[in-house]
Write a protein that binds this ligand. Structure first.
Ligand SMILES: [Zn+2]
Length: 288
């Protein structure tokens, strides 16, 4: 959605994202901040996965992978979550219920000011508002999609080769007007660059949306949904199953975008979280 001025772009170019091999790590990295992920341990002997809920919503539970009988609730923390003690409810196979606590620590995200010549994309006129009203429920439904799955692939590869041009969580101002924080990661790449699935999943929604442009939503199971926005072309259909690395479409600048890039969003239990937590640590490293 934002094209940095040339010096910043050159600087960002030095931090070229390396396409990591398909390393399927068992769990995303924990970072219990607003917009992050918490891993909450659940002791549950036996092979049956416990169930867990956060804010009355089912959440992902994955095996520890190293010790049997130990599981992790994988909790997406919303960007507007209050720092402090949060609670997860768990239910074991024998029906026993337990309340588990975890701490959300505060995080300050940087601000970003964006100038758009297309003021219609900043303050939409009534005819666009009607379109936005129609689209919003489809987007929301896709992002909060739940499907049961024992095999959730949470070790992602980058969906596109490029440079990060907009970090997750930025507090955004369009033409000096405050708007929602940046709920994904922007990766700048030439128009027409292929966008690939970062992990196996099922296409739950596609469409041409007012702000997001041509978009694809992928369901990976247990409340993990990823989205791909501003594409020039969509190459998949709802219902289609994709494997890691399969092509979803082409990078573009449709919708509210100032140049060709992929906006990549990750939703976990309907919370928009930092996609980098699902990548190997070395993939998108940036200096502090
Ligand atoms: Zn974006």
């Amino acid at each position: 959605m934002y094209r940095p001025p040339l010096p910043r772009l050159l600087c960002a170019a030095l931090l070229i994202l390396l396409l990591a091999p398909a390393a399927a790590s068992a769990l995303p990295r924990a970072n219990p901040v607003p917009g992050g992920v918490a891993l909450v341990a659940i002791e549950a002997p036996g092979a049956t996965a416990p169930k867990a809920w956060y804010r009355e919503r089912r959440i992902m539970v994955l095996p520890d992978g190293t010790s049997s009988g130990r599981w992790f609730a994988v909790v997406g923390i919303a960007l507007d979550a209050e720092p402090g003690t949060h609670r997860v409810e768990s239910e074991l196979a024998d029906g026993r219920r337990e309340t588990l606590e975890f701490l959300v620590v505060s995080k300050e995200y940087a601000s970003q000011h964006i100038t758009l010549k297309d003021t219609r994309k900043v303050t939409p006129p009534p005819e666009d508002l009607a379109r936005i009203r129609d689209e919003t429920p489809r987007i929301k439904a896709a992002l909060r999609h739940w499907s049961d799955s024992d095999l959730v692939q949470t070790g992602f590869i980058l969906p596109v080769e490029g440079v990060v041009s907009g970090n997750f969580g930025l507090r955004r101002f369009y033409n000096d007007q405050p708007r929602s924080p940046h709920s994904g990661l922007d990766i700048a790449a030439p128009a027409g660059t292929p966008v690939q699935a970062p992990a196996a999943g099922t296409v739950v929604e596609t469409g041409d949306f007012f702000f997001n442009g041509n978009s694809v939503f992928l369901d990976h199971g247990q409340g993990l949904v990823t989205m791909y926005a501003h594409m020039q072309e969509i190459r998949v259909r709802p219902g289609e199953r994709v494997r890691q690395g399969d092509m979803l479409g082409l990078v573009g600048s449709t919708g509210r975008a100032t140049g060709p890039h992929l906006h990549w969003g990750v939703s976990l239990n309907d919370a928009r979280v930092n996609p980098e937590l699902f990548l190997p640590e070395t993939t998108a490293k940036k200096p502090e």
